[in-house]
Design a protein around this ligand. Sequence first.
Ligand SMILES: [Fe+2]
Ligand SMILES: [Fe+2]
Length: 278
Amino acid sequence: MTDCAAMPERPILSIGLFADPHYARKVYGERYCQDSLDKLRVCLETFNARNLPMAIDLGDSIDKVADKDAELAFLREILEVYAAFHGERHIVLGNHDLEALTKNEFLSEYGNKALQRPYYSFDKCGIHFVILDGNCNQDESDFGPNNNIWDQAWLSQKQINWLKTDLKTAHEKRTIVFCHENIDNRLWLEKPDPHLLKNAADVRAVLEQAGNVNAVIQAHCHDGTFMVINGIPYIGLKAMVVGPGLENNAYAIASFYKNGSLTIEGFGRQNSLGVPVA
Ligand SMILES: [Fe+2]
Ligand SMILES: [Fe+2]
């Protein structure tokens, strides 16, 4: 299989997705952090067996541990496992990635220097992909050690300005947006769900005005979510970390079709989903 399928009945592109592995040597609540390396190995075996050209880690790759050295060791372990993927690798930053490490410390461990940025965009098979970083405080400072409240996450104004320009430049291209924190508008106990960016409404306005956003894929809310707002589907993936053993794995393959539709093929606890053209 080539990177970009040419047969009309086949997807233009299929990519591997996984979210919230929270790797560390611990278990707490329903989070079996220590099982995530084996879960990820199986996930990547599936992606490699399908010859997928690209995979995206939706964030919270590591969980919080006592000190920076231990955190770095866990990060290096999971990155080494991720390196077994044969295709192009991307990582979205999550709040748990930044509890003991700064963004620079996290990103500098990632082998591909071109991708050592908290937010960026690129094209593949004619599709525009945007990786967002929802890990900022209201005062525009970055999440980092002792400066990181999981339910007080913002997309910085600087990044919103960049996003507007990026989407405008790519206006003729179908665009898929990735963010760890959530950009939809669901409620929890009659208030905005705490997994949402505090300025999710501002970000949605930018996405809607651009007119070329085909889907938003997010993580952070471990149960997974799905809703469509003003024609844009917001797909939340289930967390890999939840539940013990390989029988509780969760990951997905997203396929993009020429008519604008997409599918999520779920594995383990991750449900499958067909998203027709809006
Ligand atoms: Fe998480
Ligand atoms: Fe998270």
